[in-house]
Every structure is written in structure tokens, then in C-alpha cells.
Design a binder for this molecule. Structure first.
Ligand code: MEV
Length: 444
């Protein structure tokens, strides 16, 4: 009998490269080997990249030892692929590194809904990062501000002299803003150096430039510089995505209304907004981590932006009904991710994940990442406003519970044992260790 996998591979060969589809039916039913074979074919991966993804050739100790200090090993995180994504007309398989069950399935399900209405439409602003320079002890802050602004061109030139490569490629320091802020230590001049970082996350370039211009700023103002560091509240480096979820595909008006009620709750209540945004970050962090980017920077930027943009903590997504009664969802947040430098450039798994995504620029990567965030958030809201979140979580959770119970009893958790016990746990709605242990005992 011809397998699902062979059908996909044959169809793919017939269709040719530019007609690849990320809508792969039955992907979740395949074995890991089958999925890997399909992804290899899809993204034109080499045998070496397949070994890397399957972990056998992942991060060797010598490489790991060069990445951080005091290395004693590596910590593998499960890596899956979300299907069904179309972003700006391009079919995309999305690698996601996460330990949380249901996240990848949920993102794939939302993306399937969005396929019907043409996929995600995403944009980014220029990749401008802010480098902050803290000038203290300036006697007359207004005069100090003027002195800096009068010498802006000189200071920008000095900053740019530190990164000729970035300048050659079209990036570099673009502007310098000066803010006067009141602090418990007195007035400070907080200078924002705005740098176009192109395809880099930018921390190194921005910090180097900020350090380079600080002595001259001290000279100009008679003040003292302390901190020189990038801000993660990257309000000039935003990514946005929009998607339409059709009323019919959602199952009618009741579901649409339930989702809008869920959004209204989050928009009005920071306690709910925090969890709403956590759901968004389930998707975002998973792609950020899979591509070796700095997920703490993205988390910091996301939550700070949620608190900053309207002067109080709000959701990073918004939803409204269009004239057809469909839901239009949008997401907007800072997305300081890079394709060059950092772990993205050295971690073999991250490099393979970038290849699977097929992205050529950091801005394309950012557009996909926010689209995944929107998909993730929509899936959570849909589940919460209808059947509740637990049902979808239960099946994988139950498998983990049986494994843990068997391990505790000193028994091997075979697939056969798990398959026998999980349906009973779910049917009885008792996905608990004690019940799993009882059932294992009964079976023996
Ligand atoms: C769980 O990881 C994420 C959710 O709590 C998100 C949400 O409540 O919107 C389900």
C-alpha cells in the first residue's frame, strides 16, 4: 500500500518547487522519520542537516563549550513543525521549539483556518534599535540637550565609524534623540541613538556605538555617563500581522461572539491580558528559540510594549468583526530578531530551522514569527470561548501521566501500555497519576 508520505513526495515532485504547500494532511499521524523525510524534501535539507535535526549530530561538546561558560552538556527541547502557514502569499513550514504540548497543533489549526481567507498579511518597520546613553550630573539639562543636538551629525559620524560593515550594507546610526527625565537621583539626559541594524538583532553594534560616543557627550555637556546599553522596548522595530477567520469556518455566529467576548475581557483586564499575551508568546518564543534568537529580549520587548503603547497593560492582539461577520485579527509588537550573528549563525539546529523557514531577511523572519503569535492566540481564544482548554490538552498530558506512573512503578512505558490506558483516563476524566497506577496494576 502506498503511504501518505509517498503520496506527498510524489505530489511535490509533480508540482515542482514553487508550488510547495505547507498544508500536509496527516502530518501528525506520521512517524518522526517520515516527517523528517518530508521536511527534508520540502526544504531541500542535506543528510547532515537531517542528522542535526534528529539530534544525533546536533551540538557537539566543543561547539557548545564555545557558546557559553562552564558547559557540562546540552538541554534538548522538543522541536516540531507547524503546518498550514501562508504568510504574504508564501507557503511556510514553521519549526517550533517548545516543551508545551498542544502549542504546535494549535498554531497549525489556526493557520489552516487562515489559509481559506488568503493567509497572513504581515509587515515590518525598518529594523531600528534604540541604544540608551545615560548622562547624569549635567548642571543645566536644557543647555546640555542643545549641545548634544547641535553636535548630532558629528556624534552620528563617530558612531558609524565603529561599524564600517554595517554602513557598507546600508545600515548604521540614523538619529539621536535626547530626553530629559526626572529620577530619584535628579534630572538625567537620556539619549537614544537610533541604529538601523539590518539583518542583525543588533545588540553588539548598538552597544559598541553607544560606548563610542559617550566620552564626547560628556565633553559636550560636562556630565557623567553611566549606562550605555540597548533598550528592549524596540518601538521602532515593529512587526504586524493580520488575518481573517471566516464565520463559516469557525462554525457560526456563536463562536465569533464568544471569541469577541474573550478579547473584550483581555482588553479590559490586565490579569486576563497577561495570560492572553502568554498564549501569544507560546508561539512566538517557540520560533524565536528554534532559530537561535534571544527569546528573553523578545519577551521583555513584548510585555514592555503591551504596557507602554496605551499607557497600561493591554493585549498585543486585537479582534473585530468585519461586514461579513468574520473575525479580523491583528497583532503588533517589537520583533528584534536577526539572521546573522549570535546562536542563529553557529547553532546547527538553528541554522537548519532557518533553512526550513526559507527566510532570507530578518524582517521576513519577524513577519512569520508574529503571524505564529496571532495564530497561537486565536487558537487559545477559540478553545477557551468554546469547549475549554483542557480537552485539547488532555490527550498528550494523559500520555505523559501514564509514562510517569509506569516509571514510578518500575515498569517500561511502552506505546502499547500507553495506548491501552490513555483512552480510559480521558473517558473517565481522571487524567491523574493515582488512576493511571491503578489501571497499570489491573492490566498486570
Ligand atoms: C497556556 O499556555 C496559554 C493559555 O493560557 C493562553 C490563554 O489563556 O489565552 C491557554
Amino acid at each position: 500500500m502506498i503511504s501518505v508520505l509517498s503520496i506527498h513526495i510524489i505530489m511535490h515532485a509533480i508540482k515542482g518547487d514553487n508550488m510547495k504547500s505547507s498544508n500536509i494532511s496527516g502530518f501528525y499521524k506520521m512517524s518522526i522519520e517520515e516527517r523528517l523525510k518530508l521536511v527534508k524534501e520540502y526544504a531541500d535539507l542535506s543528510e547532515e542537516e537531517i542528522l542535526i535535526l534528529s539530534n544525533t549530530g546536533c551540538l557537539d561538546p566543543a561547539k557548545a563549550d564555545r557558546m557559553v561558560e562552564n558547559v557540562i552538556g546540552t538541554m534538548p527541547v522538543t522541536l516540531g513543525v507547524a503546518t498550514n502557514f501562508i504568510v504574504n502569499g508564501k507557503e511556510i513550514l514553521v519549526p517550533m521549539a517548545t516543551e508545551e504540548p498542544s502549542v504546535i497543533a494549535a498554531a497549525s489549526n489556526s493557520a489552516k483556518l487562515v489559509r481559506v481567507t488568503g493567509g497572513f498579511k504581515a509587515t515590518t518597520t525598518e529594523p531600528i534599535m534604540i541604544g540608551q546613553i545615560q548622562l547624569t550630573h549635567v548642571e543645566d539639562v536644557e543647555k546640555g540637550k542643545k549641545a548634544i543636538l547641535d553636535h548630532k551629525a558629528e556624534l552620528l559620524e563617530l558612531a558609524n565609524s565603529k561599524d564600517p560593515m554595517l554602513i557598507k550594507l546600508g545600515g548604521g546610526a540614523r538619529d539621536l534623540e535626547v530626553r530629559i527625565i526626572d529620577t530619584i537621583q535628579g534630572k538625567m539626559l537620556i539619549n537614544h541613538l537610533l541604529v538601523n541594524c539590518l539583518d542583525a538583532m543588533g545588540a553588539n553594534a548598538v552597544n559598541t556605538m553607544a560606548e563610542a560616543i559617550s566620552p564626547r557627550m560628556e565633553e559636550l555637556t560636562g556630565g557623567k555617563v553611566y549606562l550605555r546599553i540597548l533598550s528592549n522596548l524596540a518601538i521602532h522595530r515593529l512587526a504586524r500581522s493580520e488575518a481573517i477567520f471566516s464565520k463559516e469556518a469557525l462554525g457560526g455566529e456563536d463562536v465569533v461572539n464568544g471569541i469577541l467576548e474573550a478579547y473584550a475581557f483581555a482588553a479590559a483586564d490586565p490579569f486576563r491580558a497577561a495570560t492572553h499575551n502568554k498564549g501569544i508568546m507560546n508561539g512566538i518564543d517557540a520560533v524565536v528559540l528554534a532559530t537561535g534568537n534571544d527569546f528573553r529580549a523578545i519577551e521583555a520587548g513584548a510585555h514592555a510594549y503591551a504596557a507602554w503603547k496605551e499607557g497600561g497593560y493591554t493585549p498585543l492582539t486585537s479582534y473585530e468583526k468585519n461586514a461579513n461577520g468574520d473575525i479580523v485579527g491583528t497583532i503588533e509588537l517589537p520583533m528584534a530578531v536577526g539572521l546573522i550573528g549570535g546562536a542563529t549563525a553557529v547553532h546547527p539546529t538553528a541554522k537548519a530551522c532557518v533553512k526550513i523557514l526559507g527566510v532570507k531577511s530578518a524582517s521576513e523572519l519577524a513577519q512569520i514569527i508574529v503571524s505564529v503569535g496571532l495564530a497561537q492566540n486565536f487558537a487559545a481564544m477559540k478553545a477557551l470561548a468554546t469547549e475549554g482548554i483542557q480537552r485539547g490538552h488532555m490527550s498528550l498530558h494523559a500520555r505523559n501521566i501514564v509514562s510517569m506512573a509506569a516509571e514510578k512503578m518500575g515498569i517500561k512505558a511502552t506505546t502499547e501500555l500507553i495506548d491501552k490506558i490513555v483512552p480510559t483516563l480521558i473517558k473517565e476524566r481522571k487524567v491523574r497519576m493515582d488512576r493511571a497506577e491503578e489501571l497499570i496494576k489491573e492490566l498486570q
